[in-house]
Design a protein around this ligand. Structure first.
Ligand SMILES: Cc1cc2nc3c(=O)[nH]c(=O)nc-3n(C[C@H](O)[C@H](O)[C@H](O)COP(=O)(O)OP(=O)(O)OC[C@H]3O[C@@H](n4cnc5c(N)ncnc54)[C@H](O)[C@@H]3O)c2cc1C
Length: 302
């Protein structure tokens, strides 16, 4: 197990902000993971499982606990036959999505542009362009804080919009299994799926600030729009119509490309980003009487 002290979290988040983690570990096997969980237990510190840090805002003060990242044995992908796959939590979602597409399977190809790990995707039930990771998942395997293994059926995972049972369980997702339909079962060819993926990637490029550090959508899609625009459920619409595109606090900016993204425009602190997200929430609430709920996860004391 790799163990680092006072590791800057700005090196491990796509926002490129965040103070030091007291302990930062890289677990390459189940034994390593148990050792890392044990370290937290022995020191009486909380632990936090980090994927690619692409949906995360870590405090400038850092995290007084044990950060656990997964690698090695958690990076394997196994084709079990007949469209079934077992995938380790550290596998980049894009790698999994592109690999199964090449093998002729549909269901998750549109998720290839999401810059997280499989574990982070399951935890968040990541989704895009009408597909969600939970849709084709059949089972998730976890380890609890005491090192005990658990297996959850898809029903027990309680997948919903950016929701899963793992947000309450506090366990480490170690792997998941999937059952994917073939392209032909959907009346399509691999070339059709590749074209669909290319279209999604082009949309991302055209509509997202991919050249600046960010953590994807700041706020979750709304259940209902405002009184005047009940079918408008995109937070970006309200943020833009509140005149906030390009609004800055310190180095944090409401993206001029996509209003539901906050970008680190240079030298942003985590406090800048949090403050800006709260300012956006208050302005949108004031103007449209709707509540924006944060999708990005906060870690540490703010
Ligand atoms: C440019 C950009 C575009 C994005 N587009 C999308 C999009 O289209 N759709 C979408 O849904 N999201 C999108 N995101 C957000 C983000 O990529 C997803 O939420 C992704 O699933 C997070 O994965 P991660 O590995 O980075 O998780 P992290 O950000 O590292 O962690 C997120 C949460 O998952 C938990 N977690 C991570 N791994 C594990 C594990 N093994 N076991 C238990 N808990 C774990 C963490 O503890 C944390 O609570 C985007 C982000 C960026 C930067």
């Amino acid at each position: 197990m790799i163990l680092l002290d006072n590791e800057p979290m700005s090196k491990h988040t796509t926002f490129k902000v965040g103070g030091p983690a007291h302990y930062f570990t890289k677990a390459e096997s189940l034994d390593d993971l148990k050792r890392a969980l044990n370290l937290a237990h022995e020191k009486g510190l909380p632990f936090f499982i980090l994927g690619n840090g692409s949906n995360l805002l870590v405090s400038d003060k850092g995290f007084n606990g044990v950060i656990i990242t997964l690698a090695g044995d958690f990076s394997s992908m196994e084709n079990l036959g007949n469209g079934a796959f077992k995938v380790g939590a550290a596998v980049p979602l894009g790698r999994f999505a592109r690999s199964v597409l090449k093998q002729g399977f549909a269901g998750i190809h549109k998720l290839a542009g999401i810059p997280g790990t499989l574990g982070g995707a399951i935890y968040m039930n990541a989704g895009a362009y009408g597909q969600e990771i939970g849709c084709c998942c059949t089972q998730v395997t976890t380890l609890d804080g005491a090192g005990n293994r658990h297996e959850y059926t898809v029903n027990e995972c309680s997948f919903g919009y950016r929701q899963s049972a793992f947000q309450k369980l506090g366990e480490t997702i170690v792997s998941a299994t999937f059952q994917l339909p073939t392209a032909s079962a959907q009346g399509k060819t691999v070339a059709d799926l590749e074209a669909e993926l290319a279209e999604c990637m082009a949309k991302r490029k055209a509509t997202q600030p991919l050249n600046m550090p960010n953590a994807g959508s700041t706020f979750k899609r709304l259940e209902h729009g405002a009184a005047d625009t009940p079918t408008q459920i995109a937070p970006g619409y309200y943020i833009e119509h509140a005149g906030l595109k390009g609004y800055r606090i310190g180095g944090a900016e409401v993206s001029t490309v996509h209003a539901n993204f906050i970008v680190n425009a240079g030298g942003a602190t985590a406090s800048d980003i949090k403050e800006l997200s709260e300012f956006v929430q208050s302005k949108v609430a004031e103007k449209f009487k709707i509540e924006l709920k944060r999708e990005i996860i906060l870690l540490g004391d703010f």
